[in-house]
Design a binder for this molecule. Structure first.
Ligand code: DQA
Length: 139
């Protein structure tokens, strides 16, 4: 069984309530139920934290064992060299995802500190960005 770790960063615990016009009205917990039902042969684990170091701890914990990491680092995407280094430090490939099309938003969202360390980037497809990342891992 393939093991996939989804990691969500700051403020993504508020999905469903936070700026629904940008991020939609579905909570991640509800979406995760659908996602797991769609891929019963995968082990899909989920972790969310608002704290940068906790995201790094999970990347290090699963990064030599899991088959893929799907990382939405939220605003840390645009700032975190520490997350960049963590992604480069592990063996498991990481796909960077974003719910919104960050390139169609404020200019401070146009730069990612993470993309160069990741296997690929999927963004702008709403919560479906996570499913598309799973598809990329199982292909
Ligand atoms: C986000 C985009 C980021 O710019 C923002 O800070 C987020 C969410 C997205 O999924 O669209 O928190 O990563």
């Amino acid at each position: 069984m393939k093991k996939i770790q989804i990691i969500n960063g700051p403020n993504l615990n508020l999905l469903g309530k936070r700026e629904p016009s940008v991020y939609g009205s579905c909570s991640f917990d509800m979406y995760l139920v659908e996602l797991k039902a769609e891929y019963p042969l995968l082990q899909i684990d989920y972790f969310q934290s608002n704290i940068e170091g906790e995201l790094i701890d999970v990347i290090q914990t699963v990064g030599f064992d899991y088959d893929g990491i799907i990382l939405n680092a939220g605003a840390y995407t645009h700032t975190s060299i520490a997350l960049h280094d963590a992604i480069r430090s592990i063996q498991t490939p990481v796909i960077e995802v974003h719910i919104s099309n960050v390139h169609a938003r404020e200019s401070f969202r146009h730069t990612s500190m993470l993309s160069a360390a990741c296997k690929g980037v999927i963004l702008g497809f709403g919560l479906d960005s996570y499913r598309l990342a799973i598809e990329a891992f199982i292909k």
